[in-house]
Ligand binder design. Structure first.
Ligand code: 0WK
Ligand code: 0WK
Ligand code: BGC
Ligand code: BGC
Length: 944
């Protein structure tokens, strides 16, 4: 007897350890650290690919922006309903969040109910799936006596890949796991849910935010641990999200701050990136799944597939005679007969082997002790591979975060959920150990989400709700700036009335319609050397222009720019003109032409009543100028006197020209169709070629006019008359400086002006004047923006309600900032730095709102200019009795040239409102100086 025992003991020692054959059989599933590092590096490359705009379309790992910009900060509050779809349980919940700013004393209360999710719904019609969801919601509300009358915000955890452009919208890219309901792919699932809720009826629900379960899990854990910036699910499916720098998220505008990215790592390998790690068993699992070729990584990792992998391995080993003496049962051949719960049970510490035996017996197998050890080992290898792969993916994410932040070590918390992680006895420890081994320099903490994902979804919804209400109030504040088509038509009509009235009226009118004594655009015969002086834009400029006769587009220019100090603009007239004379002196020195006695043209960009080309009486200052003793005086004489006082050089000032006229002439030198000049800069104005016969003022003033164009005095009261007498068809038009900035000075624009516009007008140096200009030009837009921002801040909608001194200071919001703020790239970053310069500490949301304000103000300005322009070109067309007019507008001004959207909007509006005109807009290349020189050339040639 003893001998028999000894012999059997001896043989058992000789017999091979049953785990060894499994190790050999599953060699390809046992991943070493260097292989894991290799997989980790591949996943890092995939993340990069998914984030970049160029490669995203082709990327397997989608890296979806979630529009969640921060982890919880404790200021979230409110009561929410919540739905959780896509995990192993479908749940309806009620979540109450109590606010606890800063110290996170806030608390969360939850009530939940799990509802069944019948299998046939997963693969039936999408609308039926959502009907079931919304009926369950209604049942929950009834059961918990939640009021059906009140409106309830709802947080929606939807655990499938969705493309989101906002928090409350998400286009389903593809189903995963065991879902494949029809008619939802490519659709907005939030909308589908809303429609189902409407169909069910009787509830008032506001679906405010939709989040992936990874994101919701990160937020849940982030409520208690501010280092939690990664969310991980190892459940039915698998996935991870993390906080990425916004500058790396190409698909979302802006560069400031962070955004949570849902990696959708389950799809890692869908493009073949993992082919060399994939086994025959993985291929078989994939082939038998509802989504072959998809979610390759998920199929190696997640709960839905682990049991199946074990079954396929055991089946094959049995068939090869390596288990159960080669016998195979029907149950073992049946898909789904080994579950992830079985895998977990087989790996239990104490009862693992017994459990394994029970599980195999239930499959009608008759396992030996060694068979049980072997099958348990199969389970271990399969689940170990899963945790190793998750560790590799996580290492890639953590490495990326570390690099993003330029850190040598990283302290971070990973929020985790999912049945595999929660119920498999060894899984968490193995995962933690491998992650720490792969990233020894990181302090990684893993936190199991205590209350599922819905708490986090509610927190996201709370933020979304706050933002939505903020947005509503901002939209309301900005609504008076949004002009509809009818209002723009009205502005066009009023501008037209203004033009007509100005032409007819002898005395003052809001649109002054000042004759310029320029009778035609350049013809290329202009030649010689001229000086041009340009006062009234952002800067004073002095130019020397040389034309060669007959050679069009052959002008040479030399120029220098001088700034005019505010105290000079607003001092005495003498000081102002002395300053100009001094700048001219400097320019002549610079050019070495002090003794040249050149003919000069003076671009003076203010309304001047002219009686000849070389006299102009300033009607009124505009923009930032208010030098004394100038209004009512001839500005040419004032300049001549200043030069005389200096007694240093001589100039022959032969023409005074408005900047619009100079601009039109500059552009007409290149394009003969240019018969309109537009300035959209510090100020705004338009000039155009009007029929002489329409110009009343010319008639009235004929007697006092000094002729400089060769037309006999008294002959131009009627163009047709003159044509008959002289046969001179050319002189039938004169350029009119409209001074359209004055439209509305009689109150005719009061209905579109907002309270902010009225404030800006009242605080200006010329209240009640230039009302159209104050709605449209560079000098005022920044001020309008400041007024709106001030109001929003006072209402607590910006800067946490802090009205700082700088914000109360007029003029600090310079218009050039508008252009920067509205530029599409780098925008948020710039907004923030500009606001910081102003002493305003802005959050990301503040920056977005300020940008919105700028957009509304500049958009309206461009539309108004476009409406005005439509009136002008239509008038020209009607003057000429044409059905269709082709015309060019020469344009200058910083607003037009530097603002990122102004010119586009202006053009679009003008074209829309004057459909019978084909208007080309031509930016002036050398400013108005060349045009002034051209006018000077003609005037000089005509001088006696
Ligand atoms: C619990 C979360 C739920 C998520 C699930 C994943 O609250 O949102 O989808 O974990 O685990 P599973 O139920 O698929 O094992
Ligand atoms: C450049 C020149 C000048 C004109 C100015 C307007 O043509 O005559 O006044 O444009 O633009 P602003 O400098 O006011 O932006
Ligand atoms: C889905 C993910 C989800 C994960 C865990 C995957 O199948 O595509 O969106 O986060 O499962 O539930
Ligand atoms: C002036 C116009 C000028 C315009 C553009 C307005 O303030 O009144 O004469 O053309 O600004 O510079």
């Amino acid at each position: 007897m003893l001998a028999v025992h000894l012999i059997s003991f001896f043989f058992s020692k000789l017999k091979e350890d049953p785990t060894k054959k499994v190790d050999r059989f599953l060699y390809a599933m046992r991943l070493h650290d260097d292989q894991l590092s290799d997989i980790s590096a591949r996943f890092q490359a995939e993340m990069k690919k998914g984030l970049s705009a160029e490669s995203n379309a082709a990327a397997a790992v989608k890296m979806l922006p979630t529009h969640v910009r921060s982890t919880p900060d404790g200021s979230e509050k409110g009561q929410f309903l919540a739905l959780d779809i896509g995990g192993s349980k479908f749940k309806v919940l009620q979540v109450k969040v109590r606010e606890g700013i800063g110290i996170r004393k806030g608390g969360v209360e939850m009530e939940e109910k799990t509802y069944p999710m019948p299998k046939e719904l997963l693969i039936g019609k999408g609308s039926e799936l959502f009907d079931h969801v919304s009926e369950s919601l209604k049942d929950f509300m009834q059961e918990k006596s939640i009021s059906m009358e009140k409106k309830h915000p709802l947080a929606f955890t939807f655990s499938f890949p969705c493309e989101q452009t906002t928090l409350d919208q998400g286009m389903l890219l593809s189903w995963s796991k065991n879902y494949r309901a029809r008619g939802l792919q490519g659709k907005d699932v939030v909308q589908a849910l809303r429609e189902a809720i409407d169909r069910t009826g009787g509830m008032d629900i506001d679906v405010s935010a939709m989040v992936n379960d990874t994101v919701a899990t990160m937020m849940t854990c982030g409520f208690d641990d501010r280092y939690c910036e990664v969310g991980l699910i190892i459940g039915t499916g698998t996935n991870a999200c993390y906080m990425e720098e916004l500058r790396h998220v190409d698909l979302v505008e802006g560069d400031e701050g962070r955004m949570c990215v849902n990696t959708e790592w389950g799809a890692f390998g869908d493009d073949g990136a993992l082919n060399d790690y994939i086994t025959q068993f993985d291929r078989d699992v994939d082939a038998a799944s509802v989504n072959p070729g998809k979610q390759i990584f998920e199929k190696m990792v997640s709960g839905m597939y682990l049991g199946e992998l074990v079954r396929l391995v055991v089946l094959k080993m049995a068939k090869r005679g390596l288990l159960f003496d080669g016998s195979v049962s029907n149950a073992l051949r049946t898909k789904g007969r080994i579950t992830t719960a079985d895998v977990a049970a087989m790996e239990q510490y104490k009862n693992g082997l017994n459990n394994t035996r029970d599980i195999l017996m239930a499959l009608d197998l008759n396992p030996s002790h060694d068979d049980c050890i072997a099958v348990q080992h199969v389970s271990t290898i399969v689940s170990f591979r899963s945790s190793n792969l998750v560790a590799a993916g996580l290492a890639a994410i953590l490495t990326r975060i570390k690099q993003n932040r330029n850190l040598r070590s990283l302290r971070i918390t990973v929020g985790v959920d999912g049945t595999v992680y929660k119920t498999h006895p060894q899984y968490p420890k193995r995962l933690h150990k491998v992650v720490r081994r792969l990233l020894p320099e990181c302090h990684v903490r893993f936190v199991l989400s205590d209350s599922g994902s819905s708490k986090g979804a509610a927190l996201v919804t709370a933020v979304a709700q706050r933002l939505a209400s903020l947005k509503r109030q901002v939209v309301e504040t900005l609504s008076p700036f949004r002009l509809n088509q009818a209002q723009l038509q009205l502005v066009k009509a009023r501008m037209r009335e203004g033009l007509e009235a100005g032409l007819k009226m002898k005395g003052s009118s809001t649109v002054k319609m000042l004759p310029s004594f320029v009778y035609h655009t350049p013809d290329g015969t202009e030649h010689g050397k001229y000086l041009a002086l340009d006062l009234g834009g952002t800067n004073f400029r002095a130019l020397l222009v040389k034309f060669k006769k007959g050679l069009q587009q052959n002008a040479r220019l030399y120029h220098k720019i001088y700034t005019i100090p505010l105290e000079t603009m607003q001092g005495t007239g003498e000081e102002l003109f002395d300053h100009i004379a001094q700048c001219v002196s400097d320019f002549l020195d610079y050019m070495g032409m002090k003794n040249a006695h050149l003919p000069a043209g003076f671009t003076f960009s203010f309304p001047c009543e002219q009686t000849a080309i070389d006299t102009g009486t300033l009607v009124t200052w505009t923009k930032g100028f208010k030098a004394t003793d100038c209004e009512g005086h001839d500005v040419v004489s004032m300049l001549r006197e200043a030069i005389k006082r200096r007694n240093e050089y001589n100039l022959d000032i032969v023409a005074v020209v408005n900047d619009t006229v100079g601009t039109m002439m500059s552009c007409a030198y290149e394009d003969p169709r240019c018969e309109v000049g537009l300035i959209a800069g510090t100020g705004t104005n338009v000039c155009y070629m009007e029929e002489l016969k329409n110009i009343q003022k010319t008639k009235e003033n004929t007697g006092t006019m000094k002729r400089d164009d060769g037309i006999p005095e008294g002959e131009q009261d009627d163009g047709t008359e003159r044509e008959k007498k002289e046969g001179d068809a050319e002189i039938s038009k004169m350029c009119i400086n409209t001074e359209w900035g004055g439209l509305g000075d009689d109150g005719s624009l009061d209905d579109i002006a907002t309270p902010y516009d009225k404030e800006v007008d009242q605080n200006s140096i010329n209240p009640g004047k230039q009302r159209f200009e104050k709605l449209t030009s560079g000098m005022y837009l920044g001020e309008i923006v400041r007024q709106v921002v001030l109001d929003l801040t006072r209402g607590g909608l910006l800067f946490r309600g802090h009205v700082t001194e700088p914000l109360k200071t007029p003029g600090i919001f310079q218009t050039k900032f508008l252009s920067q703020i509205e530029s599409d790239r780098l925008a948020l970053l710039q907004v923030r730095s500009i606001l910081q310069q102003l002493g305003l500490d802005s959050t990301c949301h503040d920056s977005i709102i300020v940008k919105e304000v700028c957009k509304a103000v500049s958009h309206r300005a461009a539309q108004l200019c476009g409406a005005g322009m439509a009136a002008v070109v239509d008038k020209i067309r009607e003057n000429r009795g044409l059905d269709h007019l082709k015309i060019t507008v020469g344009v200058d001004g910083a607003l037009y040239k530097l603002h990122p959207h102004f010119s586009q909007v202006l053009q679009k509006t003008a074209r829309g409102l004057a459909p019978q005109c084909d208007v080309t807009f031509m930016p002036s290349e050398e400013g108005s100086g060349k045009g002034a020189a051209l006018i000077t050339a003609v005037a000089k040639q005509n001088q006696p």
